[in-house]
Design a protein around this ligand. Structure first.
Ligand SMILES: *Cc1c(COP(=O)(O)O)cnc(C)c1O
Length: 360
């Protein structure tokens, strides 16, 4: 089988050019006679890799000088604990619940501070983003937490909440680098990289310097300590070197493609192909309110579980894989991150049309 169009929510597709370059570098990285997987994380070669990755990320996002970039292990879920451990001062935080990932984050945070759930879209199965223009933000809140793009339900904030001056912490795992985030609007934006950036095993935390403190909960594990990570340039211990290297290649690929404004244009174009079809299909329909639609994760259903299963199976046979919806939602979901080419979305819509013809 040749390469398939992989619609998985994560780990997800990587750009072919990146994989080809990694393959060329595999046995002998830039003439040093070894692969990136084998080299010391203290070597000059790896130092250049991590420094260049950070520089390219800073260029892509115009990250201001008063923000640090941290490469941390533990994927996305570790940040659910790291955020409250590092940010708790008054011991209160406000969470907006728009799906499983913010729900899990709030539950984990509750181990370390008092959590207010100040808004939620649970009443309609998380199919929309609540109005966040005038929230009951706690006077003592150390931060306001959101999951900006809801990977499972396929919703995305189109405007960020008014946090009434409190630092905004955003999990951007599934929309990271899909467009140019305005970093200055966040206290922290962090993302697990395996959705839109690289292989699993790392989270990138972009944090405003004044939020990095020494006087934090003394029980905080060293591996989750933002100050120690920042002071050591993300090299307190052996980092996930190969993951960071691939992320670096993806950053270069994004720059070559024209940067994040161009990625946004492409992503919107891809998403429109799929949504336009869903809006006029007689068999399939999207599950999310239009105003809250994600351009990264697109859930849809036929309304008939057996028909959904038949579709997922036949699509996979046609080289369109991992279209099954999340186990908590059912139906289908197409994740169309940066590395999914327009041709992949066009192939999916073509297949959906044929399936609709054959099954209606
Ligand atoms: C996948 C995902 C996570 C969890 O990432 P892991 O690396 O699997 O822990 C957290 N938040 C969002 C929005 C995600 O999509």
């Amino acid at each position: 089988m040749g390469r398939v169009y992989n619609f998985s929510a994560g780990p997800a597709m990587l750009p072919v050019e990146v994989l080809e370059e990694a393959a060329r570098d595999m046995l002998d990285y830039h003439g040093c006679g070894q692969s990136v997987m084998e080299m010391s994380h203290r070597s000059a070669e790896f130092k250049a890799i991590i420094e260049e990755a950070e520089k390219d990320l800073r260029d892509l996002l115009d990250i201001p000088d008063n923000y640090k970039v941290l490469f941390m292990q533990g994927g996305g879920s570790q940040q659910f604990a790291a955020v409250p451990l590092n940010l708790a001062k008054n011991g209160v935080a406000d969470y907006i619940i728009t799906g499983q990932w913010s729900k899990k984050a709030a539950k984990e945070a509750e181990k370390y501070l008092r959590v207010n759930r100040i808004a939620s879209s649970e009443d309609k199965t998380y199919s929309y983003i609540p109005d966040c223009s005038d929230l009951p933000v706690d006077e003592d809140a150390d931060y306001v937490y959101i999951c900006e793009n809801n990977t499972i339900y396929g919703t995305k904030y189109k405007t960020l909440p008014d946090t009434k001056g409190k630092p905004l912490v955003a999990d951007v795992s599934s929309c990271f680098l899909s467009e140019k985030h305005d970093v200055t609007k966040y206290g922290i934006l962090w993302g697990g990289v395996q959705k839109n950036v690289g292989p699993a095993g790392c989270a990138i935390v972009i944090i405003r310097e004044d939020l990095i403190r020494e006087d934090i909960n003394p029980a905080t594990p060293v591996m989750m300590n933002y100050k120690i990570t920042a002071d050591n340039g993300s090299l307190y211990n052996t980092p996930p070197c190969y993951v960071i290297y691939i992320c670096g290649l993806v950053f270069k690929w994004l720059k070559k493609m024209g940067g994040l404004d161009e990625m946004k244009r492409r992503n919107e174009e891809k998403a429109a192909i799929l949504y336009d079809y869903l809006d006029q299909s007689r068999l399939f329909r999207g599950t999310v309110e239009k105003a809250s639609r994600s351009i990264m994760n697109v859930p849809f259903v036929t309304g008939d579980k057996e028909m959904d299963a038949k579709f997922v199976k036949e699509a996979a046979e046609a080289g369109l894989v991992n279209l099954k919806g999340h186990r908590t939602v059912g139906g289908m979901r197409a994740s169309i991150y940066n590395a999914m080419p327009k041709e992949g979305v066009e192939a999916l819509v073509r297949f959906m049309k044929e399936f609709e013809e054959a099954n209606l």
